[in-house]
Design a binder for this molecule. Structure first.
Ligand code: DX5
Ligand code: ZN
Length: 230
């Protein structure tokens, strides 16, 4: 994992939807590596967010990869629609999916990157069998459903465990974290082995502005990464 650079994935859940295009463009100019799009159905998680039309609109204004975090009960029903809208990758949850392998294979058959997400109370061991088929793993560091929640510190040993599992089974697989990531928690997640950081409120909700907030976050993450290499 040593030579992988930490990537930033701003989550538009915290954006001002009246100025979404503008804000995503600003994040892109500030060096965002991909854009994280949170899809919620009010059933899998107790909140509603957005659907494929948002992806379709974003596709026209950014060249960045659009990664779709599916917090919905039946992700399979919506994959085609999201692919047509211009999505590049999907993060699907282990929880509530009796046919996760099939979902992952369908994503790959559609020519997209596949990732598997696990909630804070879900142990890392459930990833073992599916890992060889995935391009990324997402460890939720808050309970999914809402932005601006506090980072759950007890997920750190799990991040470490997943990092080891990836190293053994599929070193090219990315390890992403999502929820409560800011300049204080980013170094902890990076030290535990995360190499993709999702951040919503720390980027789009920051008083200092999107560009400065991204620089601050990247600096905090990279500092930790550099010190790990020493
Ligand atoms: C939460 C979402 C996150 C959310 C993160 O269910 O999956 O992507 O936008 O927001 P922050 O960074 O504000 O915790
Ligand atoms: Zn998310």
């Amino acid at each position: 994992m040593e030579d992988k650079l930490v990537k930033l994935a701003p989550s538009i859940l915290a954006a001002d939807f009246a100025r979404l295009g503008e804000q995503v463009t600003e994040a892109e100019r500030a060096g965002a590596d991909r854009i994280h799009v949170d899809i919620m159905d009010g059933h899998f998680v107790p909140n509603l967010s957005m659907g494929a039309p948002i992806v379709h609109s974003l596709r026209r204004i950014t060249g960045l990869q659009l990664e779709i975090h599916m917090m919905i009960s039946d992700p399979d029903f919506f994959l085609d629609e999201f692919v047509e809208a211009g999505s590049d990758s999907f993060l699907v949850h282990w929880e509530g999916n009796n046919n996760l392998h099939r979902t992952v294979q369908r994503i790959r058959a559609l020519g997209k990157r596949a990732g598997v997400a696990i909630n804070p109370a879900t142990p890392a061991v459930v990833l073992e069998e599916i890992l060889p088929d995935t391009d990324q793993v997402l460890v939720m560091t808050v309970n999914p459903g809402f932005g601006n929640q506090r980072f759950i510190h007890t997920t750190l040993p799990k991040i470490r465990g997943v990092a080891q599992m990836i190293e053994q089974l599929k070193p090219e697989c990315e390890l992403e974290v999502d929820g409560g990531i800011d300049e204080g928690t980013a170094p902890l997640a990076v030290a535990a082995g995360a190499n993709v950081l999702v951040a919503g409120s720390a980027i789009f909700g920051a008083d200092i502005g999107i560009c400065a907030a991204m620089q601050q976050l990247r600096r905090a993450a990279c500092r930790e990464e550099q010190s790990m290499k020493r």
